[in-house]
Design a protein around this ligand. Structure first.
Ligand SMILES: [Zn+2]
Length: 261
């Protein structure tokens, strides 16, 4: 109860600060949010990085990278991947909802605990969703929370239609090759120290791509490297400076994963 109150007060303060910042940082127009069209001097800092959060819509690097991958890459398959599709947006970030909804034919939101979503979704066991139900599942920064990644990937594959897409982001430590996982007995403090957040159960390495391929997905990875330096700078598709924290994810990737058999 006390923690909830502290969180609510912190959130209200943050919102007020962002609202002020979105007005007072309007000039010069060096940065542009490709999601809400805010333009201004600089994006705001988060706990890990400088210059990453849009003061108007709270989009961060992964959201703007996802939008740029669909809007501005040369890959036409990505351009059409949401259009007129049946989409399930899991643990939906508010800043992306409208963009995805407008493109979709049917748009549903899902979450394990939140009451503001359409469907209760436990990625490891989606018994309430039939096989081949959705054309697209959007799963941003959730797999580090689930009990068993293999079960989740199997379930995601099952509920997707043929050639459907699962679109993922995960926290990935710089230079880490093999994903590190802890057993269930780790305390929140130990998880924070090992994985960077008290409720994370793992920290992904570069082996995540192979994990996806082994679970019958064709993978297209999009990062800031796929865009010109002008676009990267304008939309802040990477932090202003790399965090020196050994657990930080400094390069964000969007994994567009097509279901194959
Ligand atoms: Zn924005």
């Amino acid at each position: 109860m006390k923690n909830n109150l502290i969180y609510t007060i912190k959130r209200i303060k943050q919102k007020c600060f962002q609202k002020l910042a979105s007005h007072f940082l309007l000039y010069p127009k060096r940065k542009h949010c490709n999601i809400c069209n805010w333009s201004g001097k600089v994006f705001l800092n988060d706990n890990w990085h400088k210059g990453v959060i849009c003061p108007r819509c709270e989009s961060t690097v992964r959201h703007r990278l996802f939008k740029a991958a669909i809007d501005q890459s040369d890959n036409k398959e990505l351009y059409y991947c949401l259009k007129n599709k049946k989409v399930l947006h899991c643990a939906p970030d508010k800043c992306l909802k409208d963009f995805i909804k407008i493109q979709s034919k049917i748009y549903k939101t899902g979450d394990l605990l939140r009451r503001d979503c359409d469907i209760k979704v436990d990625l490891c066991s989606m018994k309430n969703i039939n096989d081949s139900t959705f054309d697209v599942l959007i799963i941003f920064d959730i797999l580090e929370h689930v009990e068993n990644v293999q079960n989740a990937l199997k379930e995601i594959h099952r509920v997707l239609t043929g050639n459907g897409y699962a679109i993922f982001t995960v926290p990935q430590k710089d230079g880490l090759k093999i994903t590190i996982e802890g057993d269930d007995n780790l305390s929140p403090e130990e998880r924070n120290n090992r994985f960077g957040q008290w409720d994370h159960l793992r920290l992904f390495g570069s082996d995540f791509t192979n994990m996806l391929k082994k679970n019958r997905f064709d993978v297209i990875e999009m990062s800031e490297k796929n865009f010109s330096s002008d676009i990267v700078k304008k939309f802040s598709l990477k932090p202003l400076t790399k965090s020196k924290d050994p657990l930080a994810t400094n390069e964000r990737k969007i994994f567009f994963c097509k279901k194959v058999f």
